[in-house]
Design a binder for this molecule. Structure first.
Ligand code: TRP
Length: 334
């Protein structure tokens, strides 16, 4: 049986891309055999950046597309607990309790450090300011041992642990304190058209390899990827375009950059692009197909999410009721 519990979450993003696959999805799938994994789509966190273009219908759809993509990438619903954050109302309740021991100064500091730009935007939402407390609740609810996060979220996990410890010492609770797992080296996958920026869903469709792209689209985008002066296939600062193609090839095949340079010694940029397109298509192609299958079966998705939420709620309720009772707000009637 699985060892410790591991908790992780992602925001619902409309279209997942190769960077998401190599950065997160693949890791989620890889650890599912070893750990008791609780994974959720952080849809409540997705509400902190509403703007004039926000579409509730598109958001509702994005959540399901994200679930379908993760399942298609190989998450086994019989093994992992997969759910939507909003389906477990204890996230919001425990957030409030934890906020009683979090100080305004701490919140300002962590938000300044990790969400600086967004918070400085005119009309930035108070929900954004408060989101580290919601994240703390996410982390404490499930008695997890490990919380894998990107380097940019380390601080938030640490402060969540501080709040949980403080809560335990002031009140009669025994919240489990997890630890952040930050991957030593994450592949940095850049936009194919602008190799100075990270590949992202908002980066423009030509530079981003989406999981939902057809093989033809993937080939076309890779063939059109910007390259650099010269013709040698080497990873270097002066060659951001070629370096990115090498980086992607390396992340998929697990060959080192040096091995790839040797393999392509004396060959052309277009040879590298063809080889890369082939490995990208053979990785993403089957995922796209399975994703479409899941999306064509909404009742299956609903059933997976229902049973995930049910399992999650059982544990979340245990933690939340500890907090309620400790604070003296246990229910007076039933
Ligand atoms: N904040 C994370 C992100 O922006 C998602 C997230 C929300 C998360 N709650 C979490 C990650 C709890 C790990 C644990 O991607």
């Amino acid at each position: 049986m699985s060892q410790g519990r591991l908790l992780s979450a992602v925001r619902a993003s409309g279209e997942l891309h190769l960077g998401n696959y190599l950065g997160t999805m693949r890791q989620w799938v890889a650890v599912q055999a070893e750990k008791d994994c609780f994974y959720f789509i952080a849809d409540l966190h997705g509400l902190t950046h509403l703007n004039a273009e926000y579409s509730p219908a598109a958001f509702a759809e994005a959540r399901l597309r994200t679930v379908a993509a993760y399942l298609a990438a190989g998450l086994d619903p019989a093994r992992v607990t997969l759910f939507l954050q909003s389906a477990v109302p204890q996230h919001l309740e425990l957030m409030w309790y934890l906020s009683t021991v979090a100080t305004k100064g701490e919140l300002e500091r962590v938000v300044r450090e990790e969400k600086k730009l967004a918070l400085d935007a005119a009309g930035a939402s108070a929900s954004l300011f408060y989101s580290p407390v919601l994240m703390a609740s996410d982390i404490i609810l499930y008695e997890a041992e490990e919380v894998p996060v990107g380097d940019d979220q380390r601080e938030q996990v640490e402060i969540a642990c501080d709040w949980a410890k403080r809560f335990n010492s002031r009140f009669d609770t025994e919240f489990a304190i997890p630890r952040a797992l930050v991957p030593a080296t994450a592949a940095r996958i850049m936009d194919l058209q602008r190799p100075s920026s990270k590949m992202s869903k908002s980066g423009g469709t030509q530079g981003t390899l989406f999981i939902s792209d057809t093989p033809d689209q993937l080939y076309a985008k890779i063939r059109r990827a910007v390259t650099d002066r010269g013709r040698h296939i080497i990873k270097s600062r002066e060659k951001p375009g070629i370096s990115n193609l090498i980086e992607i090839y390396s992340a998929i095949t697990e060959l080192t950059a040096t091995e790839i340079q040797d393999e392509f010694l004396g060959r052309s940029y277009s040879d590298l692009k063809e080889a890369l397109a082939e490995v990208v298509v053979s990785t993403l192609g089957p995922i796209r197909e399975k994703m479409l299958e899941y999306l064509s079966d909404p009742s299956l998705l609903a059933e997976i999410l229902r049973s995930g939420a049910q399992k999650a709620q059982e544990i979340a309720e245990g933690t939340t009721s500890q907090a309620r009772v400790a604070l003296g707000i246990r229910p007076v009637f039933r």
